[in-house]
Design a protein around this ligand. Structure first.
Ligand code: PEP
Length: 257
């Protein structure tokens, strides 16, 4: 079992003042400072320059919540992966269900975003997940496979080895209703098989679970064979909750032997 990765997704929350305070509290945690865990926070774009300064020489990594599918040009309002990279951004969430639903992002667009991130030296956190309706109609696996394969189709095998995958069932995001550890493990195992069927070397891609992760549910999730960490939304907005999750991921009970 590899070292776990915990990524916070702050979404469009906070102010410069409150997010600066939150970032400092997370940064100063001794488990993070001692690099006993891989952890990142994906902040709003406008807070990136301040966050870069706060995280200078810190083990806590900086991420963003999206990037453009294009390298540069006439794309009003977009931020390119290269621009994010100039500010020390190391992770970019791509294909979050909120982007797919509210901004019409297609699996192909998400694949292009993943490629842009990798070209810029940024690790894309590619989100896949089924809706409640898709789960109830028995096509959850098919849905996430289509999303994953579209992302893989945009990348060479070497590039794909550098991505992080996040299984985020849409029905679990922001609802307080996490997938059970068994449901999550079942889907993670399936995603790992899809990766392995592409290339044996892709079987070791990091697969995060996201969807209402809280300290009370994290330990059981982290004990599953194919859950390599978490993408945390709501619970990443409070330092104590986020750090509890970080500590559970770093604890010997789930650490590699
Ligand atoms: C997310 O938005 O990626 C997420 C997992 O949110 P939450 O933890 O609030 O469900």
């Amino acid at each position: 079992m590899a070292r776990k990765l915990i990524v916070g997704n702050w979404k469009m929350n906070g102010t410069l003042v409150s997010n600066t305070r939150l970032l400092r509290e997370i940064r100063d945690d001794s488990t993070i400072q001692a690099s006993q865990i891989d952890a990142a926070v994906c902040v709003p774009f406008l807070h990136v320059p301040e966050a870069q300064v706060i995280l200078m020489d810190s083990a806590l990594r900086l991420g963003v919540q999206d990037i453009s599918a294009f390298r540069d040009g006439a794309f009003t309002g977009e931020i390119s992966a290269d621009m994010a990279g100039e500010f020390g951004v190391q992770y970019a969430v791509v294909g979050h269900s909120e982007r797919r639903i509210y901004h019409g992002e297609t699996p192909k667009t998400v694949g292009e975003k993943a490629l842009r991130a990798i070209e810029a030296g940024i690790t894309p956190v590619v989100c896949v997940g089924e809706t409640q309706q898709e789960r109830e109609s028995g096509c959850a696996r098919e849905t996430v496979e289509i999303q994953l394969v579209a992302a893989l189709d945009s990348l060479t095998t070497d590039q794909a080895r550098g991505l992080v995958l996040a299984y985020e069932p849409v029905w679990a995001i922001g609802t307080g209703r996490s997938a059970s550890a068994q449901q999550a493990q079942e889907m993670h195992g399936f995603l790992r098989e899809v990766l392995r069927s592409r290339a044996e070397s892709l079987a070791s891609v990091t697969i995060l679970y996201g969807g209402s992760v809280k300290p009370s549910t994290a330990a059981e999730l982290f004990a599953q064979d194919d859950i390599d960490g978490a993408l945390v939304g709501g619970a990443s907005l409070e330092a104590a909750q986020f750090l509890d999750i970080v500590h559970l991921a770093a604890s010997p009970a789930v650490a590699p032997m």
